[in-house]
Write a protein that binds this ligand. Structure first.
Ligand code: GDP
Length: 364
């Protein structure tokens, strides 16, 4: 499954948020196997549509879809030069699919700030600079190797990589993340094997105290301004509060949220934002045995979507019966949707949409 790495300076609240994400009571009920290793956590993706479908279909069981978060501790100033356990941590970040960058936006004299005072923009610069330098190092090394290769070849792939690397080097040297480089499709493909950190999609998590949660504060305003310039999203949450909420039973939790005037835990917003950042969408299967949500990348065709359930489904794919969640909501049952003529039969080229409810026909 695709995953999201949580990065940030020490003491900004990464572990607090990660632990809240992976220990929430609702999750544990459905996913007793939550923790794979201490730093990787499977998190269920909250989805009201799944609850609604369950009400309509009344299945024996309901299974949400999941995504993974990875807590990447230990990134400090100088990491790209091997400071601390720098290289090891950068290696972990390279293997993630997207990055949640946690920024401290709360004052607390009890919690030491590693860079000597709360200053979110300064913190962001430290982390982003380390990631940029690490990428520049990768690109420099590759560039040297390619210089020789490219002279003796007509290989289009190598030529594409060489021009990608040249553009990336220029971008990084100008202090801009690799994701902003203007690459052609071929260059983008060729650059993928570099696993550049700053090419990954990134969002900021502004970790605030309770008072800053709904209205924000001066720190979050600064982060939001910076994020807007970079075309990044910001999710505002209070790590300390989330870790309390995560310990509550679902019924208590709803009560607690209501008292706080909150609609849902901030973690839900974070999970949804990370899901969007990864460009993921959800489709459903809805039988009387089981109602279930499945995750695919946006743009996946029906056979690929079937393959998420089982590789046999993809190999033997014939067609998919398909209707939309919105139509189910409108007409109340699959039968009623069918009678309205809204149940379609889709073939191999069909691009699955967010909220589709699918039933696959396949050869074994
Ligand atoms: P990490 O080093 O980034 O993983 O940070 P931790 O999650 O270990 O948090 C560092 C310290 O900040 C801990 O003492 C937390 O209890 C505290 N902390 C985390 N989130 C919040 C918050 O939202 N408000 C306050 N006041 N303290 C927090």
């Amino acid at each position: 499954p695709l995953n999201c790495g949580i990065v940030g300076l020490p003491n900004v609240g990464k572990s607090t948020i990660f632990n809240a994400l992976t220990s929430a009571k609702a999750q544990a009920a459905n996913y007793p196997f939550c923790t794979i290793d201490p730093n990787t956590g499977t998190v269920t993706v909250p989805d009201v549509r799944l609850d609604k479908i369950t009400e309509f279909v009344k299945p024996n069981r309901t299974v949400p879809t999941t995504m993974e978060f990875i807590d990447i501790a230990g990134l400090v100033e100088g990491a790209s030069k091997g400071e601390g356990l720098g290289n090891q941590f950068l290696g972990h970040i390279r293997s993630t699919d997207a990055i949640c960058h946690v920024v401290r936006c709360f004052d607390d004299p009890e919690v030491v700030h590693v860079a000597g005072g709360v200053n979110p923009l300064h913190d962001i610069d430290i982390i982003n600079t380390e990631l940029l330098l690490a990428d520049l190092d990768t690109v420099d090394k590759r560039s040297q190797r390619l210089e020789k290769l490219v002279r003796n070849t007509q290989d289009a792939k190598i030529k594409a990589e060489a021009s990608a690397v040249a553009k990336l080097k220029e971008t990084l040297e100008a202090g801009k993340p690799a994701r902003t480089a203007d690459l052609t499709d071929d260059e983008r493909l060729a650059a993928r094997d570099l696993f550049l950190i700053t090419a990954k999609p990134q969002l900021y998590v502004a970790n605030v105290d309770e008072s800053g949660l709904t209205t924000g504060n001066d720190y979050t305003a600064a982060v939001e301004k910076r994020a807007a310039e970079e075309n990044s999203q910001v999710v505002r949450i209070c790590g300390a509060l989330e870790s309390e909420i995560a310990q509550l039973e679902p019924a208590e939790r709803d009560e607690f949220l209501k008292d706080m005037g909150l609609e849902e835990p901030g973690l839900n917003r974070l999970i949804h934002s990370a899901y969007r950042l990864l460009d993921l969408i959800t489709y459903f299967t809805a039988g009387v045995q089981e109602v279930r949500a499945w995750t695919i990348r946006r743009g996946t065709k029906a056979p690929g979507a079937a393959g998420v359930i089982h590789s046999d489904f993809e190999r033997g794919f014939i067609k998919a019966d398909c209707y939309s969640y919105d139509d189910l909501l409108k007409y109340g049952s699959e039968q009623a949707v069918k009678e309205k003529g809204l149940l379609r039969s889709e073939g191999k080229e069909y691009i699955v949409k967010d909220g589709d409810i699918l039933f696959f026909k396949f050869n074994v």
